[in-house]
Write a protein that binds this ligand. Structure first.
Ligand SMILES: [Zn+2]
Length: 118
């Protein structure tokens, strides 16, 4: 990976992080007084969905911050399993990845087998 590619990925991650932080700050997670039980139940369902989205976004924020911390490191873009270079197209699509396509597929197959066995 060359310097220009690193800078582009870093910029992309910084924009993604700013966007995620802005979205989580705007998300309403308060259930106010409701007219009746049906409205209350509906608001609670809505808030459960908001909470799930919020948790997913918080996880993405942590992942993005962690990736920004290692993007300048010499082994960024190297698969943590097989230590081969991760394709630039994959890094552009999923900058937070630590695995190449082959190792990711193997991992997913193993997880699929484990889910099937249990
Ligand atoms: Zn690999």
């Amino acid at each position: 990976m060359n310097t220009t590619q690193r800078i582009l990925i870093k910029n992309h991650l910084e924009h993604q992080l700013a966007d995620l932080i802005q979205r989580t700050e705007r998300r309403d997670t308060v259930v106010e007084t409701c007219a009746d039980d049906n409205e209350y139940a509906s608001r609670i369902s809505e808030q459960k969905i908001n909470l799930a989205i919020h948790m997913r976004e918080s996880s993405l924020i942590r992942e993005t911050e962690e990736t920004l911390g290692r993007v300048d490191h010499y082994d960024f873009g190297i698969c943590s399993e097989c230590e081969k270079a991760i394709g630039i197209a994959r890094i552009k699509a999923t900058p937070t990845t630590r695995l190449c396509v082959t190792c990711q597929q193997l991992l997913e197959e193993e997880e699929g087998l484990l889910a099937w066995v249990s």
